[in-house]
Design a protein around this ligand. Structure first.
Ligand code: ZN
Ligand code: ZN
Length: 145
């Protein structure tokens, strides 16, 4: 796999516990779609319904997909002022050096905003789990025997 930017061979690397293919020369990195989702999950889980990247203002670049050689398109990531490049054939995303860190920072900020809401939801989920557990139902039955 070659770097879309400088054509150096990409090397496997670990970024934020996720395996990626990084460029030793320009420090950019190639993430397969799944890897970007894992990166998000490291700090914040939106749940399946909310997941997926909102692509707006997509513009073609001269960079090439390391997998299919199609030209990568630049787009804005979700609602933020963060740009990335992606392969229109769904092969993955190209992040410039430290753009992945910016993704994590943005995610962390959202996490802080929604933390209280999530804590409440966690408690509710735990309550439901207890209600549905066999032992709890059995205890209830015992009461009515
Ligand atoms: Zn490079
Ligand atoms: Zn591709």
């Amino acid at each position: 796999m070659k770097c879309p930017r400088c054509k150096t061979d990409l090397a496997p690397a670990i970024r934020h516990k996720i395996k990626v293919n990084a460029c030793p020369s320009c420090k950019g990195m190639w993430l397969e779609r799944l890897e970007l989702e894992q990166l998000e999950d490291e700090v914040f889980d939106f749940g399946e319904h909310a997941k997926g990247t909102l692509v707006t203002d997509s513009t073609p670049t001269t960079d090439r997909c390391p997998e299919c050689n199609a030209s990568l398109s630049r787009f804005r990531y979700r609602f933020y002022d963060l740009e990335m490049e992606l392969c229109e054939n769904q092969h993955g995303f190209w992040l410039e050096a430290d753009e992945d860190t910016r993704v994590l920072e943005l995610m962390k900020r959202e996490e802080a905003d929604l933390e209280r809401k999530l804590v409440a939801e966690d408690r509710w989920a735990a309550t439901l789990k207890r209600l549905h557990s066999g032992s709890f139902v059995e205890k209830l039955r015992d009461l009515f025997r």
